[in-house]
Design a protein around this ligand. Structure first.
Ligand SMILES: Nc1nc2c(c(=O)[nH]1)N[C@H]1C(S)=C(S)[C@@H](COP(=O)(O)OP(=O)(O)OC[C@H]3O[C@@H](n4cnc5c(N)ncnc54)[C@H](O)[C@@H]3O)O[C@H]1N2
Ligand code: MOO
Length: 465
C-alpha cells in the first residue's frame, strides 16, 4: 500500500472495476411491480408463454356468429333465427369446447360440443367483439352488414331473426394465432419493457424472474462541502457531486442510498462507510439472498479525496491498515479529466472512489461506475459507438481525453460548450455538462481531432442520443 498509484488506461481501469462485481441473484418480480417500477431490469430467465393468445377463438367484430355452411356461396341473403347473445366474459352458453381453452390451444377435436354436428337447425347468435365463438360457429357477420344495422349499446336483444349473407372473411381470431403455450417471449439478458409486461400478462404469466436491482451508496468527501440546500458560508461549496452521482446511478437503473457530504476526517468516513454497508450483513451469504435486507448495498461510490493533498481523506483511509478494508488499488488513469482513481472493498462491498472535481466525477461515473451497475444488474456494459466530429478540437497530449459532446441531428458530435468561454477538449467546467449528450473518448496519441474524423462515443445515463 505504500506503492504509488498504478498507471493505467481507461480500458484497464474499467476492466479492474468490472472484475470486482458479479450479477446479482435472480428474484421474482410480480407483473404489477414490473409495470410500476421494473422497466429496464434484466431478465434472469427466459420468459415462456404459459397460455395461448388469444386464449380461445373469439369474434373480431360485433355481429352475428354463424356457420358458413348455412350461407349460400353465391352471396344470396338468408334469414336466420337469432337464438342468443354472447358477450365478452360471458363463458358463453357453455359452448366453449376443449380446443378453445387456454391450456389446450392446438387441439382441433370439437366433438365435445354436442351442438357442433348441427343437430338443431340453422341459426345466428348475437356476438360482441372479444366474446368466445360458439363451437358450432365458424364466422362472424358484422352487424352493419345485416338487416339489424346496428346494436344499441346497453340494449336488450329484440330481434327474433336476422337477414345476412356469407361474409368475405370469417372475422374470427383463433386460439393461439398470436402466441402458443411454450413460445419464448424474451430471453435471459433482455430488459423488461412495457411490451414484455403486457405480452407476459396476456400469455398467462404473473411474474418475471429478474436480477435484483443494484443498490448503490453515494457519498462525497470534503470539509468544504455543505448540503446544496444550506446557506453557503465563506469558503463553502455546495455538495453537487453526491446529487449528481445519485442521479446518474438512478438513471443507470440502481436504487440509491445517498449519504451526502462527509468531512475530511478518517473516523467520520469510516463511520459513514459502516453505515451504508451495515457491518456483518455485508460479509455474509445473506447479501446474496433475494430477501436480504434493504440496508445493505452492492456498491459504494465516493467522490473526492483521492489525489495527493494533505486533506485527501479517501487516500488516508485506503492507506490505513483498517480491518474493514481489502483489495485496495490506487490508480493513475492516463485520462483527462479523472486521473486519480481508487478501488477497494469495505467489509466486502466493492468501493469505487472517483475524484472530486465535478466533471472528473461525472466522467468517472460514465466510464467506470455505470458499467459496474450494468453488470450487477445482470446486463452488459453499455457499448461505445463511433461518430464523426462536426468540428475540429484540440485535446491534451499523452492522455486519453474524455470530452462531453453534443450529438447533432446529423449524428455528428461537437464538444459541449460551457456557458462562458469556448468549448475545448479537456474542460473542467460543469456548465458544459448541461449540453452534453455523450462523451467522446480520444486516444492519448491524438492531439487534434479534425472535422470529419471518427471518434469513439459513449452515451450517458438518462440521455438517448
Ligand atoms: N499535487 C496534486 N494535486 C492534484 C492532483 C495530483 O495528481 N497531484 N490531481 C488533481 C486532479 S487531476 C484532480 S481530478 C483532483 C482530484 O482531487 P480529489 O479527488 O482529491 O478531490 P478534492 O480535492 O476533494 O476536490 C477537488 C475539487 O472538487 C471540488 N469538489 C469535491 N467534492 C465535491 C462535491 N461533492 N461537490 C462539488 N464539488 C466538489 C472540491 O471543492 C475541489 O475544488 O486533484 C487534483 N490535485
Ligand atoms: O484528472 Mo483531474 O480529474 O484532471 O481533473
Amino acid at each position: 500500500m505504500t506503492d504509488g498509484p498504478v498507471r493505467r488506461t481507461i480500458a484497464e481501469h474499467a476492466a479492474a472495476v468490472l472484475a470486482r462485481v458479479a450479477p446479482l441473484p435472480a428474484v421474482p418480480l410480480a407483473l404489477p411491480d414490473a409495470a410500476a417500477s421494473g422497466l429496464g431490469l434484466v431478465l434472469a430467465r427466459d420468459v415462456v408463454a404459459a397460455a395461448a393468445v388469444p386464449p380461445f377463438d373469439h369474434a373480431a367484430m360485433d355481429g352475428y356468429a354463424v356457420r358458413l355452411a348455412d350461407l349460400p356461396d353465391d352471396g344470396t341473403p338468408v334469414t336466420l333465427p337469432v337464438t342468443g347473445s354472447v358477450h365478452p366474459g360471458s363463458a358463453a352458453v357453455g359452448m366453449i369446447s376443449g380446443p378453445n381453452r387456454p391450456d389446450d390451444p392446438d387441439k382441433t377435436d370439437q366433438k365435445s360440443c354436442p351442438q357442433r354436428s348441427g343437430g338443431r337447425g340453422r341459426r345466428a347468435v348475437r356476438i360482441m367483439t372479444g366474446a368466445p365463438l360458439p363451437a358450432w360457429a365458424d364466422a362472424v357477420v358484422p352487424v352493419e352488414r345485416t338487416s339489424t344495422g346496428r346494436f344499441v349499446a346497453g340494449g336488450a336483444a329484440v330481434e327474433q331473426e336476422v337477414t345476412l349473407s356469407r361474409p368475405a372473411r370469417t372475422h374470427v381470431r383463433t386460439a393461439g394465432e398470436d402466441l402458443r403455450t411454450g413460445d419464448v417471449l424474451a430471453r435471459a439478458g433482455d430488459e423488461v419493457t412495457p411490451a414484455l409486461v403486457a405480452v407476459a400478462a396476456a400469455a398467462g404469466l404473473s411474474e418475471l424472474w429478474v436480477h435484483r436491482r443494484p443498490r448503490v451508496a453515494v457519498l462525497s468527501t470534503g470539509s468544504e462541502l455543505v448540503a446544496a440546500t444550506a446557506t453557503a458560508a465563506p469558503g463553502a461549496v455546495p455538495d453537487s457531486n453526491s446529487l449528481m452521482l445519485a442521479a446518474l446511478a438512478r438513471a443507470a437503473g440502481a436504487d440509491v442510498v445517498r449519504v451526502g457530504a462527509v468531512p475530511d476526517d478518517a473516523a467520520a468516513l469510516r463511520t459513514a462507510l459502516d453505515g451504508v454497508v451495515s457491518g456483518p450483513v455485508a460479509h455474509s451469504e445473506a447479501r446474496n439472498r433475494a430477501d436480504s435486507p434493504l440496508t445493505t448495498v452492492d456498491l459504494v461510490v465516493t467522490s473526492g479525496g483521492v489525489s495527493a493533498g494533505a486533506s485527501d481523506v479517501v487516500r488516508e483511509v485506503l492507506a490505513s491498515a483498517d480491518p474493514a478494508l481489502s483489495d485496495v488499488e490506487l490508480a493513475a488513469v492516463a485520462m483527462r479529466p479523472g486521473r486519480p482513481q481508487a478501488l477497494a472493498r469495505w467489509r466486502g462491498v466493492p468501493w469505487v472512489a472517483v475524484p472530486g472535481n465535478p466533471v472528473s466525477a461525472f466522467v468517472s461515473f460514465a466510464l467506470f461506475v455505470r458499467p459496474a451497475i450494468a453488470r450487477l444488474a445482470g446486463g452488459a456494459p453499455p457499448a461505445a459507438r463511433t461518430a464523426r466530429a462536426a468540428v475540429a478540437w484540440g485535446t491534451p497530449p499523452g492522455r486519453e481525453a474524455v470530452v462531453p459532446v453534443r450529438v447533432l441531428g446529423s449524428g455528428e458530435v461537437e464538444p459541449a460548450a460551457p456557458l462562458h468561454g469556448a468549448a475545448d477538449g479537456a474542460g473542467h467546467h460543469l456548465s458544459a455538462l448541461l449540453a452534453a449528450d455523450a462523451l467522446a473518448i480520444v486516444p492519448a496519441d491524438v492531439e487534434k481531432v479534425a472535422a470529419g474524423d471518427e471518434v469513439t462515443v459513449l452515451g450517458l445515463p438518462g440521455r438517448h442520443r
